[in-house]
Design a protein around this ligand. Structure first.
Ligand code: OSB
Ligand code: MG
Length: 386
């Protein structure tokens, strides 16, 4: 415990300062209920990194959104593990932190590796909320009491299977359908969807499957009254998306390209998109995600929360973030059971027949982590102590 007198001097209560005593990194493995296919490949089972921060009797949890392969991003599970154990975790051990907002300064020497940083920073926010007995969403500055949900449906073996999946999700109440597209799984598929459902809120995500010389082809997307087209061009591009947006009636939404508040500013100033997908892992943690949110709000760009096939831990963090004011569009934040036979939190994330997730007023995320279940599916684990 920190000396009371010193804390008083700084105007901080002792419980407001977290001493980082130990941090556990682990890999768990969980099969998906249904494979997920994007323009870069198909995933049947997830390998997931979880971080646990141990601080004065409280555990804070974080999940890294790194993939099994360096396809969505150059980061992947085998880059995140050593980056965390050799650099990021040592930078925090023994430190006394006031808030998750302190993390970026401690991590500043390490370039990029945002998904590794986010897992750790978010675990600190999680610990802080629990330690102070306040909801994480309040700590982040949120205000929504419920959040609207959409679904992201991967590429299927046939259009019939996709239509069946859309039917199921609409019946479950989801308020926005997003499909994955790529050349030869796009116009034909959108035509079939629109001829069956003329009015549903529909979007598509290309995960960088097109190039600017396909602008004539991309213009055909305009006929489908899509809410947006997500990341049509290169993963690291903003400038050519600005050129493309000028050619399209459909709003461009950027996902992969927005890695920081600075890249969001660049996109806003160049007109590269009209909507932004915020993934807290992609931008390096809650602190930066809040900056992206605020920057977009200033530029009148609505945002929504993206998903990365998270377990309940990352999902709970996405839900908390989605309570901020400018998250005005339905996110890819859907129910646990769409992904997992059994989730690692309780209660599981549930979506109402109206397509909403109710926000809990309980301290922390409002969802309890299930350590016994996690232990059973852990395939490697390392604890580093101060
Ligand atoms: O681009 O949004 C994406 C999943 C893995 C990698 C990238 C993306 C996605 C999704 C899934 O679209 C969203 C979800 O978690 O349901
Ligand atoms: Mg995307």
């Amino acid at each position: 415990m920190f000396p009371q007198s010193l804390c008083a001097l700084w105007g901080k209560l002792p419980q407001d300062i977290m001493k980082i005593e130990a941090i556990t990194l682990r890999e768990i493995q969980m099969p998906l209920v249904h494979f997920f296919e994007t323009s870069f490949g198909r995933t049947y089972s997830r390998r997931i990194l979880l971080v646990t921060v141990h601080s004065e009797g409280v555990d804070g949890w974080g999940e890294s959104v790194v993939g099994e392969d360096p396809f969505y991003s150059s980061e992947w599970i085998e880059s995140a593990w050593p980056t965390l154990t050799q650099y990021l975790i040592p930078a925090l051990l023994g430190q006394r932190l006031e808030s998750g907002r302190d993390c970026p300064a401690h991590f500043a020497k390490v370039r990029a590796h945002r998904m590794a940083k986010a897992a750790l920073e978010n675990a600190i926010w999680d610990a802080e909320a629990t330690q102070n007995q306040i909801p994480l969403w309040k700590l982040l500055g949120g205000s929504r009491t419920e959040i609207p949900c959409g679904v992201s449906i991967g590429i299927q073996d046939s259009v019939e299977q996709l239509l069946e999946k859309i039917q199921t999700e609409l019946a479950a109440g989801y308020r926005r359908i997003k499909i994955k597209v790529k050349p030869r799984w796009d116009i034909n598929v959108l035509e079939r969807i629109r001829s069956r459902w003329a009015d549903i809120t529909l979007t598509c995500d290309a995960n960088s499957a097109y190039t600017l010389d396909q602008v004539e082809h991309l213009r055909k997307f305009d006929q489908f009254n899509l809410l947006m087209i997500e990341q049509p061009l290169w993963n690291d591009d903003i400038y050519y998306h600005a050129r493309l947006q000028k050619e399209l009636r459909t709003a461009v939404c950027l996902d992969e390209s927005i890695v920081s508040a600075r890249s969001a500013a660049f996109a806003a100033e160049t007109g590269a998109c009209r909507i932004v997908n915020i993934k807290v892992g992609r931008v390096g943690g809650f602190s930066e995600a809040l900056k992206v949110h605020d920057l977009c709000q200033t530029h009148k760009i609505p945002v929504w929360c993206g998903g990365m096939l998270e377990t309940g831990i990352g999902r709970a963090h996405n839900i908390a973030l989605s309570t901020l004011q400018n998250f005005s569009l339905p996110g890819d934040v859907s129910a646990s059971k769409r992904y997992w036979k059994e989730d690692i939190i309780e209660p599981e994330v549930e979506v109402s027949p109206q397509g909403m997730i109710a926000i809990s007023n309980a301290p922390g995320t409002g969802y309890r982590v299930r350590p016994d279940m996690i232990e059973k599916i852990t395939v490697r684990k390392e604890t580093l102590k101060a």
